[in-house]
Design a protein around this ligand. Structure first.
Ligand code: FAD
Length: 453
């Protein structure tokens, strides 16, 4: 049973980031009675969903001196979750009328941004956000957190910069984790003469016209981008880690997409060789290989580290036991339905900070983390999969909900999430427009009637 306390203390809390996670964290913290400041380096709310046609100077995204572009959206992106599942629990992502609105069940990315902007407006979050203010450094001094930030200032934003340090009781980190590229290691790549890039810097297919492209990865982005590029490229060869002999070769329905096993090596003559023995003369290698957690501003003297993409130690992926509850992370788990999870994590953090919800002792939390790590290891799960919640995201969400004293995930949401995964596997090309879970949509819409929005 969760430990609850009737008294509530109001804390001064900094939230880093005004993407979906930061917005709902700010709402929950304020609802709980805390005083909140949200730092956002961009000009608007929405984080990942603010499409940016600009890309980084280093297309591979590895040069540490490059100017960072936050969003990894490509122009053609439509959501990979249906809007009923994807929205916050108490602010449904329902279709809205309007000239700029996209009422499809799996809308384009602009509709998601409009939804997040509506959320920020309806819950009056914008007034809490300091835009164009980047957090440079976060550290602890005498039991308080110091946040050093840099604001772009001047009426015409003439690049004058103002740095300031402010003191907080707590810091909630919501900086996103789809910005820092993870790159595949390819033997011989240094002598290979072609161009490499990461999907973080992919926007539109035009630059790939008549090119031979090798794309690494079969995630949602890899699947979408390969099809996007195939409309103009000469050939698209997809290198996939887990593949069977039956699926290797030309893809049904396409004249110019081939599936391969992983890349074995790249060569000075321009060829890329696959583990299945085939090879292609290649113009571009496009890494759709995911992202790394990146916390360049956080100084905890190694109490929290990022090791092989494990952020840890974190109790239930949120609180570092030795710094809880004064430091927390929203949105670390992946392979999840993000927004509903952000909402529950935020309620938990807000309740713990006020003292309404009681955490176990640091020793107990550390023991829980160590047991969790041991289980992962025993199951042969690599460290970098620590925050992959594909197998138990709803169990996790329900645990959070119980801690917070609120209702567990709706049955239709769980079933619709599973139905969408199955539909995607069965119909990769059309799952966004053809489905069979109409009965669940009706249940969801009935459920949504209880919310005023
Ligand atoms: P972000 O949206 O990245 O927001 C982080 C914010 O923090 C940004 O605004 C950034 O500017 C700010 N920030 C970072 N560092 C600093 C700093 N030092 N100082 C100040 N501000 C800072 N999810 C779905 O539910 N459905 C989908 O269909 C879907 N498709 C996706 C497709 C792609 C290609 C990608 C990359 C992600 C997709 N996602 C999808 C996941 C999506 O990222 C989440 O839905 C969610 O938007 C993440 O929110 P966030 O707040 O954690 O991070």
């Amino acid at each position: 049973m969760p430990m609850m306390n009737n008294s509530r203390s109001s804390r001064h809390v900094a939230v880093i980031g005004a993407g979906a996670a930061g917005l709902v964290a700010a709402r929950e913290l304020r609802r709980e009675g805390h005083k909140v400041v949200v730092y956002e380096r961009g000009q608007k709310v929405g984080g990942s969903w603010v499409y940016d046609p600009d890309v980084e100077s280093d297309p591979l995204g590895v040069d540490p001196s490059r100017a960072i572009v936050q969003s990894s959206l490509y122009d053609s992106l439509r959501t990979n979750l249906p809007r009923e599942v994807m929205g916050f629990r108490d602010y449904p992502f329902v279709a809205k009328e309007g000239r700029d609105r996209d009422s499809r069940r799996f809308p384009g990315h602009r509709e998601v941004l409009l939804y997040l902007e509506d959320f920020a407006r309806d819950f009056e979050i914008n007034e809490l956000v300091r835009f164009e203010t980047e957090v440079l450094h976060v550290w602890m001094e005498e039991g308080k957190w110091i946040v050093r930030s840099r604001k772009r200032a001047g009426a015409d934003r003439d690049n004058s910069l103002i740095d300031s340090d402010e003191v907080y009781d707590g810091v909630v980190i919501c900086n996103g984790h789809f910005t820092e590229p993870r790159i595949a290691e390819i033997p011989g790549i240094d002598s290979w003469p072609g161009k490499q890039m990461h999907s973080h810097n992919y926007r539109v297919p035009d630059p790939f016209r008549d090119q031979v492209v090798v794309l690494i990865g079969s995630s949602s982005s890899g699947a979408d981008i390969s099809r996007d590029i195939a409309r103009v490229a000469k050939e698209v060869h997809i290198a996939v880690r887990s593949i069977t002999n039956e699926t290797i070769g030309k893809q049904p329905g396409y004249e110019n997409i081939w599936l391969h096993s992983m890349i074995k090596s790249a060569h000075g003559d321009g060829t890329v060789v696959f583990q299945d023995g085939s090879s292609v003369l290649t113009d571009v290698v496009l890494h759709c290989t995911g992202y790394k957690f990146h916390l360049p501003f956080l100084e905890t003297h190694d109490i929290v580290t990022v090791d092989d993409n494990r952020v840890g130690p974190l109790y239930k992926h949120v609180f570092p036991p030795l710094l809880a509850p004064w430091l927390s992370f929203i949105g670390i788990p992946w392979k999840v339905n993000p927004l509903a999870m952000f909402e529950l994590q935020s309620k938990w953090v807000a309740g713990v900070l006020s003292g309404r919800i009681v955490l176990p002792s640091p020793e107990e939390m550390m023991e829980d983390v160590e047991n969790f790590y041991s289980k992962l290891e025993a199951a042969g799960w690599p460290k970098r999969y620590t925050h992959n919640l594909a197998e138990y995201q709803f169990e996790y969400n329900d645990w959070l909900a119980t801690e917070c004293g609120c209702s567990v995930s709706e049955e239709w949401r769980k079933q619709m999430y599973e139905a969408t995964s199955r539909n995607r596997q069965a119909r990769l090309e059309t799952f966004r427009d053809v489905w069979e879970d109409q009965n669940l949509i009706s249940q969801a819409n009935e459920d949504f009637l209880q919310y005023k929005w």
